[in-house]
Design a protein around this ligand. Structure first.
Ligand code: HEC
Length: 230
């Protein structure tokens, strides 16, 4: 008799203690968080917290305080692609668009265009990106207006502009891989087709580029007049 009543108490305590242990382990491991808005104490933190710098962060380690580092001088990244054309004419000789306009590639082009180009050119390429709201000088020409110069440009010409930039537009050869630049071009063509129709595109290409430029009264400057710019 004495032994059985002695046993009952410890079992009761064990259950209470068990509940507490589960609660505290849950709390410490971060599974139970309603008691605090602080980051959870982590019993096993894995590699969640590391002393590292994130992209675009400021660090005091480097003189220019930028966490983003350009490749060292006289070095080239592994698997680097080289853009070799130094003029539009050279680009047209060296490069041609062999990327099909499949659904997947257009989706990729749209994604890259909206990430890298839309801020200036607008999501549809009408030249109405948010940058134009701040500075009229930075407002780019429309890529989809009737008579837009780019309608008549060859794909290689567009490739050269995207790679090397043009006047105040920076080049994107270091940010977009070649295949992505072609995907962007296919996407720009699909926008032109959507807004102006296939015929307008065909007609523009039947007409030599120089005529188009003269019709527009534009003085076409060579995209690469200043060579490598960064
Ligand atoms: C920082 C703003 C900016 C960004 C980002 C930008 N562009 Fe431009 N782009 C311009 C400006 C400004 C011009 C006009 C340059 C000039 O005066 O010749 C231009 C010109 C062009 C032209 C030639 C238009 C013409 O009528 O001659 C093409 C094509 C073009 N951009 C495509 C792109 C693509 C594709 C991207 C994304 C990879 C891109 N741009 C990103 C500002 C930008």
């Amino acid at each position: 008799m004495a032994t059985s009543s002695k046993r009952r108490l410890p079992i009761f305590l064990v259950i209470i203690a068990g509940v507490f242990i589960v609660f505290w382990v849950g709390l410490l491991s971060g599974s139970i968080m309603w008691t605090s808005d602080q980051p959870p104490l982590m019993v096993i933190p894995d590699m969640d917290n590391q002393s590292k710098v994130s992209p675009q962060e400021q660090v005091n380690y480097f003189a220019d305080r930028s966490a983003d580092r350009a490749p060292l001088e006289y070095t080239i990244p592994r698997y680097a692609e080289f853009y070799r054309a130094t003029s539009i004419a050279e680009a047209e000789e060296m490069y041609s668009n062999s990327l099909p306009s499949s659904e997947w590639i257009l989706a990729r082009g749209k994604n890259r265009f909206e990430t890298f180009c839309a801020v200036c050119h607008g999501a549809e390429g009408a030249g109405d990106g948010t940058i134009g709201e701040r500075s009229a000088t930075l407002k780019p020409p429309s890529l989809i207006a009737p008579g837009a110069l780019t309608l008549g440009y060859t794909d290689a010409h567009l490739f050269h502009i995207i790679s090397m930039g043009q006047n105040i537009m920076p080049g994107y050869r270091d940010k977009l891989k070649e295949v992505d630049r072609w995907a962007v071009i296919n996407y720009v063509r699909s926008l032109q087709r959507k807004h102006l129709g296939e015929d307008a595109l065909q007609q523009a290409h039947a007409q030599p580029e120089a005529d188009m430029a003269m019709n527009e009264g534009e003085d076409m400057t060579d995209a690469n007049a200043e060579g490598e710019q960064q």
